[in-house]
Design a protein around this ligand. Structure first.
Ligand code: SF4
Ligand code: SF4
Length: 377
């Protein structure tokens, strides 16, 4: 295992994200603890020392199960990270209740790493409101040693990140962003990395393979990459890109079986430099992949007024992933269908309310119609 340095700590360059563990009967809230225990043992044995959970992962069961499975190991043999679930307004009223419950569920009396979970356009104003006590509470916990290192994760815009950093940047020690070669330009990952560099904040990476989509590229892209490095897997290409981004200190991967875990341990067993030509090829492939994608930033301005109560950004995300992986595999098409929310795009009545508030000017009713037509085929 390759290691990186964070302050006085030696962190495994790869961290295990506990959000896609093996489950029973396809039910995300029923983690298969026997298999998960094997994975955790294998991860520790392979040198992974960072485990990342959150309040909502696995239908709210991730923290509890991870706490149980890590309990047999010495507390100083791993670093444990979880997050304040600030995406739900109700949690802001009583941060102590959430934090104490997290400690109890994780069977610990301190968190090595604690993050504001998904700072974004919908909660930044709450965090910055002088009456909000969350940040004061978390800073008190840090002073008391119950949080060793405080940071934030975000899918928000650069502007939102900047607003938060202006207010709390002096207290932040790291920041977790979605970073991979597809999002380098598409979701402004490059500019986010630059911003964090200006604040001297190490980068924690989430979605290095974009939920696995970068491990299933169109045939043309696969040929381009094989010509450069015949022995390299698509996953290896994705990890190599992020490992070479300046400031990257932790790469989280939500592994869901032993095969993925073993492969990832192998990939992180040695340095993996990338040449400028290889980088350029990956970014060229990314540009091709995002050509038809919709620039939804998941700000959710569109969802409140939707009479059909569609989860519009989630549907657009799936639509994008479909476009992105078009023509790849039948299994990807099946996985698209199983990922659909309960209310599908065919429920859209084309009222246009969403389009009128979308800052990205996405023609949402047209997208829903085209997505529904695709699914009906
Ligand atoms: S156009 Fe469709 S998606 Fe948009 S608000 Fe109306 S029903 Fe909802
Ligand atoms: S569709 Fe537009 S308004 Fe809705 S979440 Fe995406 S960017 Fe925001």
């Amino acid at each position: 295992m390759e290691y990186t340095t964070f302050q006085d700590l030696k962190l495994s360059a790869l961290g295990l994200g506990v959000m896609r563990m093996p489950v029973i009967d396809g039910d995300s809230a029923r983690i298969d603890e026997e298999k998960a225990a094997e994975m955790i043992a294998c991860a520790l044995e392979g040198g992974i020392n960072y485990f990342d959970t959150a309040w909502a992962y696995h239908g709210g069961k991730s923290q509890e199960v991870l706490g149980r499975l890590l309990a047999p190991y010495p507390r100083d043999s791993f670093y444990l990270a979880t997050k304040f679930p600030g995406y739900e307004q109700e949690f802001f009223d009583d941060p102590a209740r959430i934090f104490e419950a997290q400690l109890e569920q994780c069977r610990t009396d301190y968190f090595d790493f604690y993050l504001i979970h998904n700072l974004w356009e919908k909660n930044i104003d709450t965090y910055l409101d002088p009456s909000c006590t969350v940040m004061d509470y978390l800073l008190e916990q840090k002073a008391a040693g119950r949080i060793r290192h405080l940071g934030f994760s975000t899918h928000g815009s650069l502007e939102t990140m900047e607003r938060f950093l202006q207010a709390y940047g002096q207290h932040m020690e790291f920041c977790q962003i979605q970073l991979n070669y597809l999002d380098w330009e598409f979701q402004n990952a490059r500019e986010k990395v630059e911003l964090l560099g200006r604040w001297d904040l190490p980068v924690w990476v989430m979605e290095p393979l974009r939920g696995g989509s970068l491990a299933a590229l169109p045939e043309r892209a696969v040929k381009q990459l094989s010509a450069l490095r015949p022995e390299g897997s698509l996953a290896a290409w994705g990890f190599r890109f992020v490992r070479n981004v300046p400031g990257v200190t932790m790469i989280l991967s939500g592994m869901s079986n032993m095969e993925q875990l073993r492969e990832n341990l192998r990939l992180f067993s040695a340095p993996a430099p990338i040449s400028p030509d290889e980088q350029e090829t990956l970014l060229g492939i990314a540009a091709e992949l995002v050509k038809n994608r919709l620039p939804c930033t998941a700000c959710r301005y569109c969802t409140e007024g939707c009479p059909a109560q569609l989860d519009i950004p989630a549907l657009i995300g799936l639509y994008n992933d479909h476009v992105c992986s078009e023509g790849v595999t039948a299994s990807r098409s099946r996985s698209l269908r199983t990922s659909l929310p309960e209310t599908g795009p065919d429920a859209c009545i084309a009222c246009g309310k969403c389009e009128s508030v979308c800052p990205q000017n996405i023609k949402i009713p047209d997208v829903m119609a085209s997505f529904a037509a695709y699914l009906a085929e």
